[in-house]
Design a protein around this ligand. Structure first.
Ligand code: RIB
Length: 289
């Protein structure tokens, strides 16, 4: 039987401009190329898990615009079930993105319909789906929806993974119902208010009382277990576009956990997928060969 993963989160249309030089205030520059594609942290994580072969359900909210059908088709193509997607009047989420010549990105998310997702409907969907192994959430939908679905999941013995991105302080309720907390280095520093280092990571994990993995880009990631930090390195590659790499990590990690891989196998698979994604342009398009 395939592991069952449910992602409750965002779906966006990514509008990516590749530029040699990011413009300064009041400056106009020419870009090298432009790419429109499917994104949104929740959708990216679902698609990665779907591509790896999990039974994945996406619970997100789309607008009544031209992006709705394209997004649904894209989920289907990538092995993600769309039966529980909510639709509202108005615009779907969009994300204008700049990627510079080092592959680093700057992202603005206009949430649109993502902000209108209904928590009660999401919980009804989780009940109908049933037998879920892993539930995954991020911070591109309202916090109260995350709190509601994480509480339901935890009460029902479902492993929960929280990717606190974009950075925001999780409430106590949300943390109490989180099995795995996976920020990147920048999010760690914004949420904890301290520089990322081994000692601060240990004190953060003690406060959180949950499993913590911090992703560190080309440096790999750090995992806290039994009051000690294990560092995982990743292969060094030529980076073209880092957009969606963190989501590749979370999606692959959720697939691995749902498949009962052990922690180091899960982290290594997640790092492999994230690292591979930065060698290609685009968000979800970089998850494929
Ligand atoms: O993590 C990358 C994602 O952040 C992009 O796909 C964009 O849509 C934003 O959600």
């Amino acid at each position: 039987m395939k592991p069952k993963i449910c992602v409750v989160g965002s779906a966006n249309i990514d509008q990516i401009s590749y530029v040699d030089k990011i413009p300064n205030d009041g400056e106009t520059v020419f870009g090298d190329s432009y790419q429109m594609g499917f994104g949104g942290k929740g959708a990216n994580q679902a698609v990665m898990a779907g591509l790896l072969g999990a039974e994945v359900y996406m619970i997100c909210c789309l607008g009544s615009d031209v992006y709705k059908d394209m997004t649904i088709d894209n989920f289907k193509i990538n092995g993600v079930a769309t039966d529980y997607i909510q639709i509202v009047e108005g615009s779907s989420g969009v994300a204008p993105i700049w990627v510079d010549k080092t592959g680093q990105n700057r992202i603005i998310v206009i949430p649109g319909a993502n902000n209108l997702i209904s928590g009660p409907k999401a919980i009804d969907s989780l009940k109908i789906i049933g037998n879920i192994d892993v539930l995954v959430g991020q911070f591109e939908i309202p916090m109260e929806v995350n709190e509601a679905v994480f509480s339901y999941a935890f009460e029902n013995g479902i492993t929960t993974i929280l990717n606190p991105a974009p950075a925001d302080k999780p409430s106590d309720t949300l943390l109490e119902n989180t099995s795995w907390f996976i920020p990147n280095e920048v999010e760690f520093e914004e949420i904890y208010g301290k520089t990322f280092n081994e000692q601060n990571l240990l004190s953060f994990a003690r406060e959180l009382q949950t499993n913590v993995v911090v992703t560190l880009g080309e440096k790999g990631c750090a995992y806290v277990e039994d009051n000690s930090v294990t560092m995982f390195e990743t292969e060094s590659v030529k980076t073209l576009d880092t957009t969606g790499a963190g989501d590749a990590f979370v999606g692959a990690f959720s697939y691995a956990l749902a498949n009962n891989l052990n922690i180091s196998e899960s982290i290594n698979l997640a790092l492999e997928k994230a690292t591979d994604s930065v060698t290609k342009k685009g968000t979800q398009s970089s998850y494929k060969d």
